[in-house]
Design a protein around this ligand. Structure first.
Ligand SMILES: [Zn+2]
Length: 78
């Protein structure tokens, strides 16, 4: 299963306030790793950085984490 841009858009509010589930977060991360548009949108909202800081133990694939961190210009030390 993978998310569409619409799916991710729907999830953004939960994503931003940290109420997203771990499974949803993983799906969102997988989508973000391959979708520059959604990454840019989320980056604009400054939500991912906050989420990472609050959920430093999120179990994301290293590849996704690196891509997201890189695209956000934040440290991988999450
Ligand atoms: Zn997308």
């Amino acid at each position: 299963m993978s998310l569409t841009c619409d799916d991710l858009d729907t999830m953004l509010p939960e994503f931003l306030d940290g109420s997203i589930t771990a499974d949803e977060a993983t799906l969102a991360a997988e989508h973000l790793a391959t979708c520059e548009e959604c990454t840019a949108e989320l980056n604009e909202l400054e939500g991912v950085t906050k989420l990472y800081r609050e959920h430093g133990t999120m179990h994301l694939p290293d590849e996704s984490r690196k891509r997201i961190a890189g695209s956000l210009g934040i440290s991988e030390e999450l």
